[in-house]
Ligand binder design. Structure first.
Ligand code: ADP
Ligand code: MG
Length: 476
């Protein structure tokens, strides 16, 4: 499928080619033909899947034909929950419409002075991008003429509802001609979104895209439970010495910590540098170039690096600190497993991170498997039990040390899977797509998947009382 096949106007196709896009994304391929045919559409697809172009391109296509009416009001109206998003949509309209003549896009956002907006609204408009609250003000003052409106787009409708804009959205829709084409984009299409869609859309086509890559099935996700900062640091140092790590991004919460952790790693002999928003543009570019060319093995970064970095050599993403926003987790781990490769995402979670970890799992719809490295066991399990512990049965060793910490070479108890990482020659280079690698040899890593019930072969550790009656996911 190419953009040429979508029957878009040549001036639009030209602008798309200028942006360097070679083919439509799945949501674009599915939505654009329906929209060009005039159908209402309600669609959901992962963030970053190209929804903006999916609605802007058909909107621009309408504008290649003159309006049947001689009025001056907007022909396309896009509602977005936030100003930032509105500005992105405006920029996209300008980008894809740049070869079209006399295209006028106006954004009406909260926080902007009214006199300026009044002036913008008094001139002919093709595309109006607005946040609902401010637009309502102008509608109430009779400043907007919707008589020639052809298309209404609700972008990120779920967020608009979350932000309490539902009445505004309905009121705005009611002010537009019933003949309009209506589009609704949302992360979910259930519940109140479905009800809103029922009221505003006419026999909409339903498009739901769940790309395998968007579900990140090519990225193995692990969590390591950690006791404290010292534990994190020791574990990180150990993990980074694994020869399987070709290049890694270590995500950390603050700029200051990024600098100091990079320094510490450097002192431990790792090729490590920090990347964060306080660095000048030149420093950032230099660091990224070193990463891209393989001169740098470990990047310690804040969320500035969570999007956009596309380096094939990155085999591991390590969340040294969990992201505050669950969505950022998806962006972070997407830095590995690029271009068809597989990747490993490791998150460190302390006792206070349990709730956040759950949020992330809910967001991705996938549970993250707990891993333990021999010699780096957390002193206790904080994870909610997967295998429920029956209270009262705590004596007799039914709860307790079930990490196969010191017995990885012995045959694993039934159902317990021991990764024989230590069987790997420590010097084995991990070449990936031609990226030059170094080998790092340290002691063998032995990690044990913990979801399965395991045996009692391990030595009980200080601090972990057997039969304490505390719930554990490990019962036998
Ligand atoms: P969404 O609204 O689904 O979160 P966006 O529309 O903001 O996603 O697009 C995400 C990114 O993908 C943007 O940087 C955009 O320029 C880019 N993009 C959109 N369509 C394509 C395409 N067909 N090919 C390559 N990149 C694209
Ligand atoms: Mg979007």
């Amino acid at each position: 499928m190419s953009f040429e096949n979508l029957n878009l106007h040549p001036l639009i196709v030209k602008a798309i080619a200028d942006s360097g896009y070679t083919e439509p994304t799945p949501i674009q391929a599915a939505a654009i033909p329906e929209l060009l045919a005039g159908s209402d559409v309600m669609a959901s697809a992962q963030t970053g899947s190209g929804k903006t172009a999916a609605f802007i391109l058909p909107a621009l296509q309408r504008l290649t034909e003159p309006s049947a009416l001689k009025t001056r009001g907007p022909r396309i109206l896009v509602l977005t929950p936030t100003r930032e998003l509105a500005l992105q949509v405006t920029a996209a309209a300008d980008k894809y419409g740049k070869h079209m003549q006399r295209l006028r896009t106006v954004s009406i956002l909260g926080g902007m002075p009214y006199p300026l907006q009044n002036k913008l609204l008094s001139q002919p408009i093709d595309i109006l991008v607005a946040t609902p609250g401010r637009l309502i003000d102008h509608i109430d003052r009779g400043r907007i003429d919707f008589s020639r409106l052809e298309m209404l787009v609700l972008d990120e409708a779920d967020r608009m509802l979350d932000m309490g804009f539902i009445e505004d959205v309905e009121k705005i829709a009611a002010a537009t001609p019933a003949s309009r084409q209506t589009l609704l984009f949302s992360a979910t299409l259930e519940g109140s979104i479905a009800k809103l869609a029922k009221r505003l859309l006419k026999t909409p086509k339903l498009i739901q895209i769940a790309e395998p890559r968007a579900r990140q099935e090519h990225i193995e996700q692990r969590v390591h439970h950690v006791d404290d900062l010292a534990h994190k640091k020791r574990l990180l140092n150990h993990l980074l010495r694994d020869t399987e790590v070709n290049q890694a991004i270590v995500f950390i919460a603050t700029k200051r910590d990024a600098d100091s952790l990079a320094d510490e790693l450097h002192a431990q002999g790792h090729s490590a540098s920090a990347l964060h928003g306080d660095m000048g543009q030149r420093d950032r570019i230099r660091t990224l170039t070193r990463l891209r060319t393989g001169q740098l093995r470990v990047l310690v970064a804040t969320d500035v690096a969570a999007r956009g970095i596309d380096v094939l050599g990155i085999t591991h993403v390590i969340n040294y600190d969990l992201p505050k926003i669950a969505e950022d987790y998806v962006h972070r781990i997407g830095r590995t497993g690029r271009a068809g490769a597989t990747g490993i995402a490791i998150s460190f979670a302390g006792g206070k991170d349990t709730v956040q970890l759950r949020k992330i799992e809910r967001f991705t719809g996938k549970s993250i498997t707990a891993h333990v490295v021999a010699g780096f066991e957390p002193s206790r399990t904080r994870h909610a039990p997967k295998i429920t512990y029956k209270s009262g049965s705590g004596s007799g060793g039914s709860v307790g040390n079930n990490y196969a910490n010191d017995a990885p070479r012995r045959s694993a108890p039934s159902g317990n899977r021991v990764f024989k990482d230590d069987a790997r020659p420590a010097s084995r280079p991990y070449a990936r797509d031609g990226v030059k690698t170094r080998s790092w040899s340290d002691g063998p890593e032995r990690s044990t998947r913990s979801a399965a019930p395991s045996g009692r072969s391990g030595r009980p550790q200080a601090g972990r009382s057997t039969g304490s009656g505390r719930p554990s996911r490990f019962t036998s």
